[in-house]
Ligand binder design. Structure first.
Ligand code: FAD
Length: 554
């Protein structure tokens, strides 16, 4: 060391650190997604997705996600003069993300512009955008999902539908009559029984005539109301005939505030850019949606769509996690070699990439089923594969996020990377909209109510039977398990069935559509005795380099 060096203030040179992953095209870099979009019927959307994918990779777009999460929404129940306002203040970046999502049609495009592949195109776009920021996806999803439920009440749909589907975001706390676009939330969960909404105590009192489309006042509480600044909510409340569904506006048509009082915001571990609240309903005006006493049947239309969106959201989280992990490993060396070239790291990355591709492939297959609901096979498949996919993909995400974080090492734990956000977001979809057990029970309910769904499920698998011995064996074992398990044990075994149904469906799709090295690795690691609790235990004889390259080329 010479004297000059010793007295320089520069202590060291920063080396061996990856460049920030930005200025990349989230669609162009995602080969499997591009193939899925074509295959599932939305080739027409490719140019738009390429444009959008590039925008999602811009540093300024990525910054929006960080800013929206660093600045939690704040509730102001009253203004400084003492008026009740129930206002939530968000960082401007949240509003920008909402504005982009709605302008791009993520809240409604298949309803506003129905055409073959419309759900597929929307799912792909949603998948790209929630990689930037996932929490704002909650009101976007609920707005999207409200439309099928509102079909049960055509007069309300005619009145509010055009504004709900309009590509216009207006985040102001003002009556919907002053807006060109509306967002919709949902309020089902109460303190004494979340999954079991039959125990709800909120009551609805008719103002005049009773029945569908009529005005009621609601009295009670809701324990979870996410995105409470939405312009209206689908709410469950009891009438004399039982649990019914209502559309509750945030402001009354006369321009006064509706009595939906926000008590406090939830202090969530994740999903923090989105507000979730506890509310009280003190005679809040609402109109009945659909048949009286059949509220669950009505709102389930919304719930089915939100569950499907949970599949997209969690697949998207996995995609962002694996992309970050591979990018890091491509640029970081340890013990004399780049991480991505080291066999053990290859095993971990390839395994994470397989999980991510399988999740996306199943999700996009379900998007096609959504597009083809007039086809009986697709209808039946959507009925059973939505709870299967929601359960499995959401449940696989937390450990995936954690392993991807570990690939990045200590820096992966730091809040100025996206990894802690992906990790904290990861359990939310699994619990929201029917947690794991509830999904498993829903699979059984679907089979018991309409046994054809199981037939449709196995018909879907049949398309891949004969392509791989391990798969054939797995499917026949699953069939045998269904026949040999006494019905009274189905509930106890529901997770066993759900796990195996999900893996078989993913394998069937990969065997038909993915390159042989992907399908082979999936079958070798998920359908055989090699299956292990941790990622990174792929057996030998596979091609991890090819799997990683497909997920993200250097
Ligand atoms: C971030 C976030 C946002 C949310 N936003 C909203 C919202 O906007 N609107 C809304 O209405 N709700 C919302 N929820 C509530 C959410 O949907 C509920 O938390 C969820 O449905 C579970 O209800 P619970 O919390 O009462 O749990 P419980 O219903 O008490 O369930 C507890 C556990 O028991 C299991 N379980 C339940 N029944 C059975 C059974 N029969 N057999 C075996 N296991 C069973 C469940 O799977 C779960 O693991 C939100 C939740 C979160 C975390």
């Amino acid at each position: 060391m010479n004297t000059t060096d010793r007295f320089l203030s520069q202590t060291h040179t920063v080396k061996n650190q990856p460049p920030a992953l930005e200025d990349y095209n989230l669609f162009a870099e995602d080969q499997a997604l591009q193939e899925a979009v074509k295959r599932e019927g939305a080739a027409w959307s490719e140019q738009d997705l390429l444009r959008f994918g590039a925008e999602c990779g811009l540093p300024e777009r990525i910054t929006l996600g960080f800013a929206a999460n660093a600045n939690k929404p704040q509730l102001m129940t009253h203004d400084r003069f003492g008026h009740r306002i129930d206002q939530i203040d968000f960082h401007p970046s949240y509003h920008q993300l909402m504005d982009i999502a709605i302008t791009e049609g993520l809240h409604a495009s298949p309803w506003a512009n129905p055409k073959p592949g419309a759900h597929v195109a929307r799912a792909a776009k949603y998948y790209l955008h929630t990689q930037v920021e996932a929490a704002h996806g909650c009101p976007i999803t609920m707005t999207f999902a409200a439309i099928p439920a509102l079909h049960h009440q055509p007069d309300l749909l005619a009145k509010f539908g055009p504004k709900i589907m309009a590509p216009e975001y207006d985040g102001r706390n003002v009556p919907d009559t002053m807006k060109h676009g509306m967002t919709i939330g949902m309020a089902m969960t109460e303190k004494q029984g979340g999954s079991d909404v039959r125990t709800n105590t909120t009551k609805a009192y008719a103002i005049g005539a009773e029945g569908p489309g009529k005005a009621y006042e609601l009295v009670g509480h809701k324990w979870f109301v996410s995105a409470p600044m939405c312009d209206a909510f689908l709410v469950l409340a009891q009438t004399e005939k039982g649990l019914s569904c209502f559309l509750l506006p945030r402001w009354r048509p006369d321009g006064t505030k509706n009595a939906l009082h926000i008590q406090q915001l939830k202090n969530k571990m994740g999903n923090v850019a989105n507000a979730s609240s506890e509310c009280e309903l003190r005679g809040a005006l609402a109109w009945m949606v659909g048949e009286e006493g059949r509220g669950v049947r009505t709102i389930i239309e919304m719930v089915a769509m939100t569950r499907y969106d949970c599949m997209i959201g969690s697949s998207s989280g996995m995609r962002q996690a694996i992309v970050q992990a591979i990018h890091h490993a491509q640029h970081r060396s340890a013990f004399g070699a780049t991480l991505v070239d080291q066999p053990l790291m290859q095993n971990v990355l390839a395994d994470l990439a397989l999980e991510s591709e399988a999740a996306m492939t199943l999700t996009m297959r379900m998007a096609r089923a959504m597009d083809q609901q007039d086809n009986e096979h697709e209808r039946l498949l959507a009925r059973i594969a939505t709870p299967i996919g929601k359960y499995w993909i959401c449940k696989r995400t937390p450990n995936h996020a954690y392993e991807a974080m570990e690939v990045i090492g200590g820096m992966g734990v730091m809040e100025n990377t996206i990894m802690p956000r992906l990790f904290r977001e990861s359990p939310v979809n699994a619990i929201w909209e029917g947690s794991g057990n509830v999904q498993c029970l829903d699979i059984l309910r679907a089979i018991q109510k309409e046994p054809e769904v199981l037939e449709a499920y196995f018909n879907e698998l049949q398309r891949a039977v004969g392509t791989d011995k391990r798969f054939d064996f797995f499917v026949s074992k699953l069939k045998a398990d269904f026949s040999s398990t006494p019905k009274e044990q189905w509930q106890y075994q529901a997770r066993y069935f759900a796990d195996h149904m999900a893996i078989a469906l993913q394998a069937a799709l990969l065997l038909q559509h993915a390159p042989a090295y992907i399908a082979d690795a999936f079958c070798a690691s998920r359908l055989t005795a090699h299956t292990s609790a941790n990622y990174g235990c792929l057996p030998t004889g596979l091609d991890p380099r090819a799997i990683i390259k497909r997920a993200l080329s250097a």
